[in-house]
Design a protein around this ligand. Sequence first.
Ligand SMILES: [Zn+2]
Length: 177
Amino acid sequence: MMKKATQKSLAVLLAATLLLTLFTVPAFAQSEQAAPTGEPAYIGQALYDVVQWTWGFIQNAVGKVVYDRFSQTEQTREYHGAKVVEVPFDNFGGLTLGKYIFVGRGLIGSESLLEHEYGHTIQSLFLGPLYLLVIGLPSLTWAQLFADYRRENGIDYSDFYTESWADKLGKQFTMNN
Ligand SMILES: [Zn+2]
């Protein structure tokens, strides 16, 4: 059993994180609107990082380790405050862990892929520690195990909730809609 004081401080921490998320995500969206060049305003970028590294810590920590490994040898770029790196694999589309986006060989210039993956970075802001459970795992399963099912039933990859939601958020938060 946890001590009452521990439970109370955990509850306060959770409430504070939720409040921070509720206030910073709209602020981030607004500051993006104020910077039509596609470069997030400084405050927007700072808040994006703060929320990724607190509420979204788990997937960002894993993402940074993998990013640091590949960025030594592979091509990198920034995308609306997210960090993108190519991975040396063919038949690899995209994968996002927090603010770190991994794309397959030759795909670093694919704006439509990056816009979609950027939507996953926003899901990380919204869902925090639930990201891997609610998005990561279902999305990987859908990508890897349901290819035959999609083909046989004429269902699109982007019909799954994790993907259609990422499409929508990507458009919204890069102002590409
Ligand atoms: Zn996706």
